[in-house]
Unconditional design. Structure first.
Length: 175
């Protein structure tokens, strides 16, 4: 098997991306401290035509050297905005008809593989690398989804968690 060269992949350009029909998912990053993680979320969002990323609190914003390192140009294709307060964003999105989901471990969280899609656009909230999604933000969400894990660690890196959740939701939205 021969690896394909980038020019053989048939990817769209930035203008085509901006005009393409987006996957109805908005990603909210709640106080994510690592700019490299933020860059990885941008890159995953580009791969799956995610609608928008909302960067909240201490989360780094473009232009940023470390975001650029991991994003590989996807800050130019994926729509994003900054908001100081995650709670305000969640409340506003819910008023706009979004179903807002925290990706977190709680006493009543549902497993990602058992999640049933609502007939609404989705927003997923991912949080700080150590503290996760703030409790106040969790309280405002419609639902909490957890990624099943079977090893000794209690969590996944936020960029890995984003990739898993976006892939699963993308599959559910497109079947």
């Amino acid at each position: 098997m021969r690896k394909l060269k980038n020019k053989e992949l048939g990817r769209i350009n930035i203008e085509e991306f901006k005009n393409a029909r987006k996957t109805p998912i908005t990603i909210i990053l709640d106080n994510v401290r690592s700019a490299l993680n933020v860059g990885s979320v941008f890159r995953t969002s580009d791969a799956f035509l995610i609608n928008k990323i909302i960067l909240c609190g201490i989360t780094a914003t473009p232009p940023n050297k470390e975001i650029r390192k991991a994003a590989l140009g996807s800050t130019e294709s994926v729509a994003w905005e900054y908001a100081e307060n995650t709670i305000d964003i969640i409340e506003n999105l819910k008023k706009e008809g979004f179903y807002v989901i925290a990706i977190e471990q709680t006493e009543h969280s549902n497993s990602l593989d058992e999640f049933n899609l609502p007939n609404q656009p989705l927003a997923i909230v991912l949080g700080h690398e150590v503290n996760g999604v703030a409790q106040e933000a969790v309280d405002k969400c419609n639902e909490v989804i957890e990624i099943s894990q079977f090893g000794t660690k209690h969590s996944l890196n936020i960029s890995v968690a984003t990739g898993i959740v976006v892939w699963e939701l993308y599959k559910k939205l497109n079947t």
